[in-house]
Design a protein around this ligand. Sequence first.
Ligand code: OGA
Ligand code: MN
Length: 288
Amino acid sequence: MTVTVRPVASAVGAEVSGVDLRRLSEPEFVAILRAWTDHSMILLRGQQLGDDDLLAFSRRFGELDPPPNQERGRISPPGYPDIYVVSNVLDAKGDPIGALGAGEAVWHTDMSYLDWPPDASMLYSLEIPPSGGNTWFCGMQAACDALPADLRARIEGRRIKHDGTYNAGGYLRKGVTPTDDPMAAPGAWHPAILKHPANGRATLYLGRRRNSYVEGYSREESDAVLEALWAHATDRRFVYEHVWQLGDLVLWDNRSTMHRRDPFDGSARRIMHRTQIKGSGRPIAFAA
Ligand code: OGA
Ligand code: MN
């Protein structure tokens, strides 16, 4: 077996090379699974995947979740309801073929506004702009381990409300009533510190900043705690910046990473196809 795994940053991510995802043996798949568990995010370059290949690889991890409800609902390539298109490209009628436009997508983890979020998402690059549109990842296990004790004490044993009103592009999800009140917003409550089911590590679980709320505090106190947590978690030392090449496949763990995307020139084209792997369980609290 010639699979190699090379970390791309100290707190998150590894590049796995030596595999063709269209022809993946079981030992190669096990090596990929291991790298993903150990590094929370993996990158496989130079792949040549059609949508059927992307689905076949995704399904080796388990059942898939349907795409998220975005600004224009759920947009999938015709005949592929489990694939979600991230793109600024317009169709013949002038409507976007995908979600998130060309602006910044702020730090988030996917679909944590659901009670049972997907364990993982993967993004495959089909068209990329000449510059911009880099995707950043941060390692929430390393961030959790490095939490100052006083900050950790302020969230230990508490839950955080995750907002389902707006997506990371700042767009209102289709059919949802706009609000900036975390209590009125649709969403889900999850423990602030999770126990990762695969490796037992503690992971900070923040979701999205907007409309977020830490239970047991006033809104002002909660906002102060969240500001401190977000500044800590997104510090450069926990982050990897991914510069896309065509044929890159990136798979991340939605429990132990967050991601964001840089804006890019809206007259350039960017097309990504994504799948999301159904959660193996509800997020569970890390008991110290
Ligand atoms: C996503 C996402 C960022 C990007 O697909 O979940 O946040 O780089 N995409 O397109
Ligand atoms: Mn996302």
